[in-house]
Design a protein around this ligand. Structure first.
Ligand SMILES: Cc1cc2nc3c(=O)[nH]c(=O)nc-3n(C[C@H](O)[C@H](O)[C@H](O)COP(=O)(O)OP(=O)(O)OC[C@H]3O[C@@H](n4cnc5c(N)ncnc54)[C@H](O)[C@@H]3O)c2cc1C
Length: 381
C-alpha cells in the first residue's frame, strides 16, 4: 500500500492551492455576501485544466485522474465551497458526456467545457416533487423522427443559469418498470424551450447558482441521447458515484479551512491570562478535528484511487461522502465553538464554512441515501 502522491498529483494539488490563495480566498467572503457567481475565476480555472480533469487531452481535458481531481477540489474548497461545487459538477458533466455521449456530441461540447468557453456544466436530475427517489421523475421525452421533445421541470440545479450544457433525465417509456424507462439527454444552452426558472435563495454556497429549469416542448436532435434509451437511471447512478468523491473532497477542504482558522485563532486569543490553546478542552477539539478530517480524506482518496484503477467504488464513494460531509459539518461547528461569540459573527469565515458544509450532506444523495447505498452494497454479499 502506497500513500505517496505522484509528482503530477503533487503538482496539481500545489497549483490548485496556489490559485486558491491568490484568486479565490481574497474574494470568497464578498462573493458569498453578494451572491456573485465567479465567472472570471472559473474561466481561469478551466485554462489551468481544472474543468476536464478526467477527460483525455484529445477532447481538451487535462486527464490528471480522479486522485489529482480530488486533491484539487479539496484545495479549491479551502477557499470557497461555491467555486468547488461548480468545479466538481462541471467535471462530472464532462465525464458523463465523455463516457456516454456520441462522438459528435463529445467533439462539440467537451472542448468548450474544458477550455472554459462554457462557464459550467449542469446535472439536472431532481424535480420539484422528487429528489432522493430519483427514479420517480416525471419529465418526459417523446421520440419522433430524428428528435426528442422534452417537457418537465427540474429543481435546484447547480449552475443551471450559467451552464453552457445541461444533462437532464426524462422518461422515454412510461410502461417500463420503475427506473427502467428513463433516459439521459444533453441540452445546449439557448435551445428553444429550455427556460431558466427561479434562482434559489440559499443559506450557503451563495456564490454558486441553483436554478429551476423548465423544459417546455424543448426539441433536441436524436444524437443528444446519452447511452441507450432506458439506460438513463443507471447512467445517473454510475456518474453520481464519481460525483460523490468530488463532494467528499469538497467537504474535507471546508473542514480543514474551518479548523485551520480556529487553531490560529486560539493560539492568539487569551482568556484567564493564557492563550486559549493552552486549555485542554480546546486542545482536544483540535486533536479530534484533524484526526477525523485526515481519516475522511483517506476514505475520499481510497475511493478516488479505486476509480482511477478502474475497480468498483460505489460503496467506497458513498462511505467517503457520508463520512467526509458529516465530519466536516461537525468540525465546522467545533470551530465556531473555539472562536466563541466571534465564531457566530460575519467578521470571521467560520460561520460561512458551516453554512456551506451543511449543503454537502444534502446534494448528490443525502446522508440517509448514502447509508442506503452502503448497506445495500454490504448486504448484497
Ligand atoms: C446546494 C444544492 C445543490 C443541488 N444541486 C443539484 C444539482 O445540480 N442537480 C440535481 O439534480 N439536484 C441538485 N440538488 C438537489 C438535491 O440532490 C436534492 O435536494 C437531494 O437529492 C434530496 O432530495 P429532496 O430535496 O427532494 O429531499 P427528499 O428526497 O424529499 O428527502 C427529504 C428527507 O427525507 C430523507 N429520505 C428520503 N428518502 C428516504 C429513505 N428511503 N430513507 C430514509 N430517509 C429518506 C432524505 O434523506 C431527507 O433527509 C441540489 C440541492 C442542494 C441543496
Amino acid at each position: 500500500m502506497d500513500f505517496k502522491l505522484t509528482q503530477e498529483q503533487e503538482m496539481i494539488r500545489n497549483m490548485a492551492r496556489d490559485f486558491t490563495e491568490r484568486n479565490i480566498k481574497p474574494v470568497a467572503a464578498q462573493y458569498d455576501e453578494e451572491k456573485q457567481f465567479p465567472y472570471q475565476n472559473l474561466k481561469k480555472m478551466a485554462e489551468k485544466g481544472l474543468m476536464g480533469m478526467n477527460i483525455p487531452v484529445e477532447y481538451g481535458g487535462s486527464e490528471v485522474g480522479p486522485v489529482a481531481c480530488s486533491l484539487a477540489i479539496t484545495e479549491i474548497a479551502k477557499g470557497c465551497a461555491s467555486h468547488a461545487v461548480t468545479t466538481s459538477v462541471t467535471n462530472m458533466v464532462a465525464e458523463l458526456i465523455y463516457e456516454f455521449g456520441q462522438e459528435e456530441i463529445k467533439r462539440k461540447h467537451l472542448p468548450k467545457i474544458c477550455s472554459g468557453e462554457y462557464p459550467a456544466g449542469a446535472f439536472a436530475l431532481t424535480e420539484p416533487h422528487t429528489g432522493s427517489d430519483a427514479a420517480n421523475i416525471r419529465m418526459t421525452a417523446i421520440h419522433r423522427d430524428n428528435t426528442y421533445t422534452l417537457n418537465g421541470t427540474k429543481a435546484m440545479i447547480t449552475s443551471g443559469e450559467a451552464s453552457g450544457v445541461t444533462v437532464a433525465w426524462a422518461i422515454t417509456d412510461r410502461n417500463a418498470r420503475k427506473g427502467k424507462g428513463i433516459s439521459a439527454f444533453v441540452i445546449e444552452k439557448g435551445t428553444p424551450g429550455l427556460i431558466v426558472g427561479k434562482t434559489e435563495e440559499k443559506m450557503g454556497h451563495r456564490a454558486s447558482l441553483n436554478n429551476e429549469l423548465i423544459f417546455d416542448h424543448c426539441v433536441i436532435p436524436r444524437n443528444c441521447l446519452l447511452g441507450k434509451e432506458g439506460e438513463g437511471f443507471k447512467i445517473a447512478m454510475i456518474e453520481l458515484n464519481g460525483g460523490r468523491i468530488g463532494i467528499g473532497s469538497l467537504a474535507v477542504g471546508v473542514g480543514f479551512a474551518a479548523i485551520d482558522f480556529a487553531t490560529t485563532y486560539v493560539i492568539e486569543r487569551q482568556a484567564f491570562g493564557k492563550p486559549l490553546s493552552s486549555f485542554e478542552a480546546i486542545q482536544w477539539m483540535i486533536a479530534d478535528s484533524y484526526t477525523e478530517l485526515e481519516a475522511a480524506q483517506l476514505l475520499v482518496l481510497r475511493a478516488a484511487l479505486l476509480k482511477e484503477t478502474r475497480q468498483p467504488f460505489t460503496k467506497e464513494a458513498s462511505m467517503a461522502k457520508l463520512f467526509a460531509t458529516e465530519t466536516a459539518r461537525k468540525v465546522a461547528i467545533r470551530s465556531i465553538q473555539m472562536l466563541g461569540g466571534y465564531g457566530y459573527m460575519k467578521d470571521y469565515p467560520v460561520e460561512r464554512y458551516l453554512r456551506d458544509v451543511i449543503g454537502t450532506t444534502l446534494y448528490e444523495g443525502t446522508s440517509e441515501v448514502q447509508r442506503i447505498v452502503i448497506s445495500r452494497e454490504i448486504l448484497k454479499r
